[in-house]
Ligand binder design. Structure first.
Ligand SMILES: Cc1cc2nc3c(=O)[nH]c(=O)nc-3n(C[C@H](O)[C@H](O)[C@H](O)COP(=O)(O)OP(=O)(O)OC[C@H]3O[C@@H](n4cnc5c(N)ncnc54)[C@H](O)[C@@H]3O)c2cc1C
Length: 364
């Protein structure tokens, strides 16, 4: 049986392990954290990632997720700039991260061995395989998938000259709230701050927010920050038992290539992006899908790089650009932005209505 090591058991790592096992590989997963799991927040899963999960036989995501939450953009006073619900645009499903991670992990079979509390610190490769060092233990396999996140140790070992992650200029807050509201969700853009929320299938709400701040700032009171914003934003923050905070970084400089010899990088280790498009974890899942196709076809690993690098490089760039526009804080530029988006939304709404009426059967 062919052997692989997956470094990191986040959403990317566990999906890669499922994919490798289904291609007939024996897999060892090395995870630094003491146990498997994910943080308490929601996550959007877009159709392309859902299709990969489906291919891998990961069941229950659609059942555990909520389809098509409210979407669009509002001002801090609650007036809609763009109501995307009328546009007929593609929408993701929303699911709790821990639930997504659990559903994927449930597909791991007996050919996968997981070592938690195991931090990878070294790696060497030769013509026959790769040796991975974690503490005093050496692991050996034919292939290594580095899914060890934005601060990837494996990337640092393979690409010592690479610049690494760059701070975006803003920080993100996330929470899960238990509140009663009829509001379905969407995003609200203010000056240098944004707030978004979506309903989860169990009736709770996942919310996220951003604010321009220097990297590594002291924690602040997110309630105060969004105090004057439209309902139900203050109630959502107040109704959360804890708030996660992360400074937002991305791999601004594209990593080239994603494959070196018998080691390939996947997920945030290869192409960490800002969360503005909600596609980072989805891209990691799609990477795992691409890897499975490459292995099944018996192609060189360079085919994985050729497929995934151009697609993710574009997403990293687009996501950063959305963040720049979303985090504007100059009042004139914000008014201009909202005006342009509002006009664009109206035009898109008109053309969506025209498309719908063209598709509708003519009245008798
Ligand atoms: C605020 C915010 C909101 C987001 N929202 C979305 C969204 O809605 N939709 C979406 O698709 N994406 C979203 N993302 C992006 C998404 O969270 C990431 O892209 C995704 O989690 C990356 O998965 P990964 O498995 O590549 O890396 P990670 O989740 O970072 O996992 C890496 C794993 O490797 C382990 N590890 C690290 N170093 C070592 C080591 N040396 N040895 C062993 N193990 C190691 C870590 O413990 C971890 O378990 C969001 C991100 C943020 C910050």
């Amino acid at each position: 049986m062919r052997t692989a090591i997956v470094v990191g058991a986040g959403i990317g790592g566990v999906t890669a392990a499922v994919a490798l096992e289904q291609c007939g590989w024996q897999v060892t997963v090395l995870e630094r954290a003491p146990e498997l799991g994910e943080v308490g927040a929601g996550i959007s899963v877009w159709p392309a990632a859902l299709a990969v999960l489906d291919e891998l036989g990961v069941e229950g995501v659609a059942r555990a997720a909520r389809l098509g939450s409210g979407a669009g953009m509002r001002r801090a006073d609650g007036r809609w700039v763009v109501d995307a619900s009328a546009l007929g645009v593609e929408l993701p499903v929303m699911i709790h991260r821990a639930e997504l991670h659990r559903l994927i992990s449930e597909r791991l079979g007996s050919a996968v061995t997981i070592h938690t509390g195991t931090t990878v610190s070294g790696l060497t490769q030769d013509a026959d395989g790769v040796t991975v060092l974690a503490g005093d233990t050496q692991y050996r396999a034919e292939l290594v998938v580095a899914a060890d996140g934005i601060r990837s140790v494996v990337r640092g070992l393979l690409y010592p000259q690479y610049k690494g992650a760059r701070y975006s200029g803003y920080t993100a807050y996330r929470g899960i709230a238990e509140v009663e509201t009829l509001d379905d969700g969407g995003e609200t853009w203010g000056r240098g701050q944004r707030f978004g929320f979506a309903k989860l299938v169990d009736g709770r709400y996942y919310w996220y927010a951003t604010a321009n701040r220097p990297a590594g700032s002291e924690s602040d009171d997110v309630r105060e920050r969004f105090a004057g914003w439209h309902d139900p934003i203050p109630a959502l923050i107040a109704g959360s038992s804890g708030v996660l905070r992360n400074d937002i970084y991305d791999l601004t400089t594209p990593l080239v290539p994603f494959v070196q010899g018998r080691v390939l990088l996947l997920g945030d280790a290869a192409h960490a992006m800002t969360p503005n498009l909600g596609r980072g974890a989805c891209s990691a899942i799609e990477d795992a899908g691409a890897l499975a196709r490459v292995l099944r076809r018996g192609d060189e690993l360079s085919a994985y790089d050729a497929e995934r690098r151009p697609a993710t490089t574009k997403l990293v760039k687009r996501s950063r650009q959305v963040g720049v526009v979303g985090q504007l804080d100059n009042p004139v530029l914000c008014a201009l932005r909202d005006g342009v988006f509002g006009l664009g939304g109206k035009l898109a709404g008109l053309s969506a209505r025209r498309r719908r009426s063209e598709r509708a059967p003519a009245a008798q």
